[in-house]
Design a binder for this molecule. Structure first.
Ligand code: 6PG
Length: 247
């Protein structure tokens, strides 16, 4: 497979293009499998995407299964909860509710919550056995989902979900505990769609794509630099500014 990189003029155009891609993949999954299993990214970049998606989608959401790429270890109504962000921007605006498999960020024991999610997700994806599409953001330190540089979660070989910790400086959330899908889980997905916007991402995008291969340091390289993986990278011009795009 190759990495398909699309550059949109600005954040609004990027959100529109991302919705087009998600809709096309969703309709295709429904034709092929009768449903659409999609893993959603957290953070701030997807807010515009989910808001627009809720407005413009023509999918039969009763046949969509929403799962999460990661979650912060906070209650679902906490301002830093990825579930809350998805509920506020997408779920609360849909005419029909999808199936939602929420990560138990509120759990006393994140490792147990991760174990439970692993089990539930493997059940949910049967009989296909994999997520159809995973939408993923990219941090300025090269993380994706909550797969942060140098963490044990990067070395999970079999489990699909792990408890981990965020970067001390990332988002000011000093080392926030998190639950994340793992490298083996995301590698199983039929399609990965990465999204990044803003000039603050330009340097890391260039490192991820054109820098030395060092996925322990830049975890998104586990996916972006593996030609066996079917991935789209969707950027706005500001985030793509550091790339030397061959002719
Ligand atoms: C999270 C996300 C994380 C995010 C990146 C980019 O829980 O924070 O899953 O992986 O996608 O940190 O975040 P922004 O979109 O806010 O730049």
């Amino acid at each position: 497979m190759t990495l398909y990189t699309a550059v949109s003029a600005d954040k609004a155009a990027l959100a529109a293009r991302c919705v087009e891609v998600l809709e096309a993949l969703g309709h295709k999954a429904m034709e092929s499998y009768g449903r659409f299993i999609v893993s959603l990214a957290g953070g701030s970049t997807p807010v515009d995407v989910y808001t627009l998606w809720a407005r413009e989608s023509t999918l039969d959401w009763s046949r969509v299964a929403l799962v999460f790429g990661d979650e912060r270890c906070v209650p679902p109504d906490h301002e830093q909860s990825n579930y809350r962000m998805v509920a506020d921007t997408l779920l609360s605006h849909l005419p029909v509710q999808p199936q939602v498999l929420r990560m138990g960020g509120e759990a006393e024991d994140p490792a147990q919550a991760a174990f439970n999610y692993d089990y539930a997700l493997r059940q949910l994806v049967q009989p296909e056995g994999r997520i159809h599409v995973a939408l993923l953001g990219l941090g300025t330190d090269g993380h994706t989902a909550s797969l942060f540089p140098g963490t044990d979660a990067l070395r999970e070989g079999d489990s699909w979900c792990a408890a981990t910790q965020g970067a001390a400086t990332e988002d000011g959330a000093t080392g926030m505990q998190r639950i994340t899908l793992t490298v083996p889980c995301l590698r199983e997905a039929r399609k990965l769609v990465f999204i990044a916007a803003g000039q603050e991402k330009a340097a890391i995008i260039a490192e991820l794509l054109q820098g030395p291969l060092h996925p322990e340091q830049w975890p998104a390289q586990f996916f972006l630099r593996d030609e066996r993986i079917n991935a789209n990278l969707m950027l706005d011009a500001a985030a793509a500014a550091g790339l030397s795009l061959q002719g």
